[in-house]
Ligand binder design. Structure first.
Ligand code: 13P
Ligand code: SF4
Length: 370
């Protein structure tokens, strides 16, 4: 059983609203959840498979990933972990681009997802048929794409970045005198442009979740909690980013919550993050940044409908009778691998230059304190 959720997203270029379907699994009962977790743990062990989960998926999946020797992480850490882990089977609880990145980096491994239809509005809004001609029209620019894209779009790019390394990589390209063509997230692109001063042409994509955070309502909440620090993911609108104490990837947000002296935080990112934030900081208070307000829509729940397609039942099903394999044509994977590997090499070198900053920590000088 699952609930069908109708997700609208903006189709760049035509400015019309298109629709996608997200199938959200029903929440199992408490007893069933315990049973499922035990079966999944045993199946992972028996198959020597590693579960890699994003911070936005259901808390049960995050906890399972951690307790079974897998990983719960941001998209940069997920990519690196899958490649370096000895497991021959990777089970990726997240959205499709994360599974594809894992397969591109480890073509010899089996990569499974609970549901291959879990996608992302940024990926949906940046098809190669439209993005390719945009790149072709600006051949003198370095094409930098966010990891939230298809394998085809990555293969067309010079660089892949995540929110954990975008500022550093674009700053590096800018220093080398390059102009940038950026896709797909316009808010992250604008933020990177502001931080680096690079000449950037932006694609018109956006995230259905982060786009809904409201600056005006956030200001009202900030007045109610003047002592609170505001932590914002850079896929949020410019007006929300402008109010942040810290702007950063999911990992950077977690690190800031642990390291900053504030006891109350207002957090503008998918509310799947609240689980980890509260687990790591039981003595601190975390408030969700507002998505409601006069322009709120049915999408304004601060939770990614595609991340929500990952559940315990479909995860166990994939471990017992797998059908949701990531498959990527080998020549396409070879081309997509190059710009991803550039990102991984860059972040590894950065970690060596900046002791204390893990290669995959998502902590980026310049994308930290705003
Ligand atoms: P991170 O790169 O911070 O994990 O973000 C991925 C994502 O999809 C955010 O919406
Ligand atoms: Fe994509 Fe937004 Fe969902 Fe992240 S939260 S996967 S950017 S739709």
């Amino acid at each position: 059983m699952s609930v069908l959720v109708n997700v609208e997203y903006e189709q760049p270029g035509s400015c019309t609203l298109s629709q996608a379907w997200a199938r959200i699994p029903d929440e199992p009962s408490q007893t069933r959840r315990a049973e499922l977790k035990a079966h999944i743990g045993a199946a992972l062990q028996q198959q020597q498979a590693a579960l890699v989960a994003h911070y936005y998926v259901h808390p049960d999946l995050q906890d399972l990933a951690e307790s079974t020797g897998g990983l719960v992480a941001d998209s940069l850490e997920m990519a690196r972990f899958g490649k370096n882990h000895p497991a021959q089977t990777l089970v990726v609880a997240g959205v499709r681009f994360m599974g594809e990145t894992a397969k591109i980096l480890s073509p010899e491994k089996t990569v499974l997802m609970p549901n291959l239809e879990a996608t992302c509005s940024l990926d949906l809004g940046c098809p190669l048929e439209a993005f390719g001609p945009f790149c072709d029209a600006h051949p003198q620019r370095q094409v930098v794409v966010y990891a939230n894209t298809s394998a085809e779009v990555k293969a067309r790019a010079d660089w892949v970045v995540t929110s954990g390394c975008a500022v550093d990589i674009v700053a590096h390209l800018h220093q080398q005198g390059h102009k940038i063509l950026w896709g797909p997230d316009k808010h992250l692109g604008r933020y990177v442009q502001q931080q680096t001063g690079a000449d950037m042409l932006l694609w018109e994509g956006s995230c259905v979740v982060h786009e809904e955070f409201k600056a005006q309502e956030l200001e009202t909440l900030m007045r109610q909690y003047p002592e609170a620090d505001v932590l914002v993911h850079p896929e949020s609108p410019t007006g929300v980013i402008a109010l942040a104490d810290v702007v950063g990837s999911t990992s950077a947000i977690l690190k800031a919550a642990q390291e900053r002296s504030a006891h109350t935080f207002i957090v503008a990112t998918d509310n799947g993050m609240m689980h980890r934030l509260r687990q790591q900081n039981p003595q601190k208070t975390f408030l969700e940044a507002p998505t409601a307000g006069s322009s709120a829509t049915c999408r304004s729940c601060a939770h990614c409908p595609w991340m929500a397609m990952n559940g315990l039942e479909n995860l166990l099903q994939e471990l017992t009778t797998p059908t949701q394999f990531i498959r990527i044509d080998s020549e396409l994977a070879r081309r997509a691998q190059m710009p991803i590997q550039r990102m991984l090499d860059f972040t590894a070198a950065r970690a060596q230059r900046t002791p204390g900053v893990g290669a995959a920590s998502g902590l980026v000088p310049g994308i930290g304190a705003a």
